[in-house]
Design a protein around this ligand. Sequence first.
Ligand SMILES: [Zn+2]
Length: 419
Amino acid sequence: MEHLDYIKDSLDIKDPNTTFDKEFDKFSTHKVFYAKLDYDAPQCPNCQGKMAKYDFQKPCKIPYLEMVGYKVLIRLKKRRFKCKSCGKMAVAKTSLVRENHQIPNIVNLKITEKLMSREAMSNIASDLAISVSTVYRQLNRFESKTDLNWLPENMSWDEYSFKKGKMSFIAQDFDSNKIIAILDGRTQTVIRNHFLRYTHKVRSRVKVITMDMFSPYYELAKSLFANAKVVLDRFHIVQNLSRAMNRLRVQIMNQFDRKSHEYKALKRYWKLIQQDSRKTSDKRFYRPTFRMHLTNQEIVQRLLSYSDELKKHYELYQLLLFYFQEKNSQAFFDLIQEKKKTVDPLFQPVFKTFIKDKKKIVNALELPYSNAKLEATNNLIKVIKRNAFGFRNFENFKKRILLALNATKERTNLILSRA
Ligand SMILES: [Zn+2]
């Protein structure tokens, strides 16, 4: 029989018992390849007796990796064997696909690779010409294991909504960014029950726990981690200020007509208002909104000229950012005290909390941590959440985050289940 080895080579199929014996068929969107799986009769798995070749199964359809823009389908005919003594039937095995499965291993590897990226589940499915449930099935082959013998010295706690109205709790190693825990829910009981699984000795390793200033977890953290200092996390302090600034910008923007130039400019260049003014670039580009060449600094000046209220708060916000980054807690709090009565109501709750938590903020300013790492994780989780549209189930959300954030760093934490 003629063997078309070039097809096998180009599909990169290594299994010596799979042969292509017929030219492929080409359709407008896909190509179909025809293969046979056959080898000498093995021992009977049931009685160890002698088996003999029987017929071929009717071909199974195997979706394969795409090839030069064509979807690829392999129709594989598998040899059946029959035992001469006990009469049991057996089907030939191949390294191309797992037993009783349809998706080739090479496609599963590709799915895993994509699961570790930020791609949406539905995109992965359509890229590989498989169903979304196949992608979920591969995701479900991963088991997350919690190592109860270790906790990091510096831990950060945070909350994320994994879908509307559903919050999850995430603990992270501040130094490596590794996710330590993702919990379904964020109540004190859920968190306590999780960390009580670690021995007292392991928990006493933790030296610092950073968290958001509005976090209700101070007391809980202290009771679980005897040696830990609870500090506000610098990223969140700045985030609270910058959220207030953003709300104020929106409030002012909405006072203008939606079709006005001011409205459009305030909407388009929101980031420049948020940004630390010392980081504003001075490169000059053509800006269609203004119909001229402007630097970012010049744009900010124009935006501020639309509203005294905006200008006043922008200057206050930038000054607070400056004192904060310079770790000048004296000047930072003097300014807050001075302005707390006259500042816009959007800033008032933030200022109140700052004053209430003054000691913790001063602590945070003295810590050598940067905000960059947490910001990176926050962004990644945001992207996954956006792409995870349709994560009905918390376990899937959790696995996806662990795959994207931990798997590339440390494979031991995620174990591909053999089941
Ligand atoms: Zn047998």
